[in-house]
Design a protein around this ligand. Structure first.
Ligand SMILES: Cc1cc2nc3c(=O)[nH]c(=O)nc-3n(C[C@H](O)[C@H](O)[C@H](O)COP(=O)(O)OP(=O)(O)OC[C@H]3O[C@@H](n4cnc5c(N)ncnc54)[C@H](O)[C@@H]3O)c2cc1C
Length: 271
């Protein structure tokens, strides 16, 4: 449980972080809250030669409304999201889901940028950002690019981010006025989801139902065609390939996805 030796660099600005990444390429790894990277380093699944600490980048800690979009700095911590008044009005699903991540200690360290960049299909916020039709903004040596959430989660722990790029912000269309709900089924309090379901309007995101966060496409199509919540929920596992684990079989997860989607749609007041 002791990480391999590494050099530590602390960045004070985004430009400084980008300069270190440019210098070291894929030998360097950003660290934000460290709640996903450090466990991997301790298990030696990750062994970066240089760790670039971006926790002090206050320029990436914000939530603001720009027109009809909510813009969230990548270094915003889960606790910040949970408390934020702009999110409470314009992205209540995200604010609520952030409050279900781990325990208070995790929520005071972990960041939304770290959660998305880590791209764990069992994490809560990726499915929420996917359901909300979010866009991720990355900065690299050649400038800034926008990546729709639908194109960001390429596979387990895999994103299109280059080693010399940094996630700066997440943009969500305002969800104000939409019905929403987050259903998360865990084995123990404050744990990762066995399955999670994020509903905002008629969009449904699934946690832990495949190698990436997913949209429940068949359910969404059925709702668009006027199906009841109960009928649409029965389709929630279509097109998914949930993991098979000793404590939760794929079939069990499929069942949970259908039940939780039904509950979430009802709670959100959909159909
Ligand atoms: C005990 C425990 C329980 C947890 N429970 C849950 C849970 O219930 N639900 C849940 O969703 N998550 C859970 N987590 C994970 C937690 O939310 C993490 O905080 C989060 O996944 C990663 O955020 P971080 O800021 O700690 O990222 P880090 O660990 O610092 O980084 C993770 C990865 O993202 C990269 N990265 C970080 N920031 C950026 C950036 N701005 N741009 C590009 N790349 C970046 C890093 O290089 C690294 O590869 C849990 C973690 C722990 C330790």
């Amino acid at each position: 449980m002791i990480p391999a030796e590494f050099a530590y660099r602390r960045a004070a600005t985004v430009d400084e972080a980008l300069a270190v990444l440019a210098e070291h390429g894929d030998e360097a790894k950003l660290i934000a809250g460290g709640h996903s990277l450090l466990p991997l380093m301790k298990l030696r699944f990750a062994a970066p030669e240089v760790v670039v600490d971006i926790a002090a980048l206050t320029e990436l800690k914000f939530v603001r409304l720009e027109g009809d979009e909510v813009v969230i700095g990548a270094l915003s911590r889960h606790h910040d999201l949970q408390q934020d008044p702009v999110l409470a009005e314009h992205a209540p699903l995200l604010a609520h889901a952030a409050g279900t991540v781990g325990d208070p200690q995790v929520r005071h360290r972990g960041t939304i940028g770290g959660s998305l960049a880590h791209a764990d299909a069992a994490a809560d916020l990726p499915a929420v950002v996917l359901a909300a039709g979010g866009t991720l903004v990355a900065r690299g040596p050649s400038g800034q690019r926008r990546i729709p959430a639908a194109e960001f989660f390429l596979g387990p722990f895999t994103t299109p981010l280059e080693p010399d790029e940094l996630l700066t912000e997440i943009r969500l269309p305002s969800q104000a006025g939409l019905g929403w709900a987050f259903e998360k089924f865990t084995r123990r309090a404050m744990d990762w989801a066995i399955v999670g379901v994020a509903v905002t309007g008629h969009a449904v995101g699934l946690v832990n139902m495949g190698g990436t966060p997913l949209r429940a496409g068949a359910t969404e199509r059925a709702l668009a065609e006027g199906a009841t919540a109960a009928d649409a929920a029965r389709l929630a596992d279509e097109g998914t390939s949930p993991p098979e684990e000793p404590h939760a079989s794929a079939d069990y997860r499929r069942h949970l996805a259908r039940v939780l989607t039904g509950r979430a749609l009802l709670r959100a007041g959909v159909a």
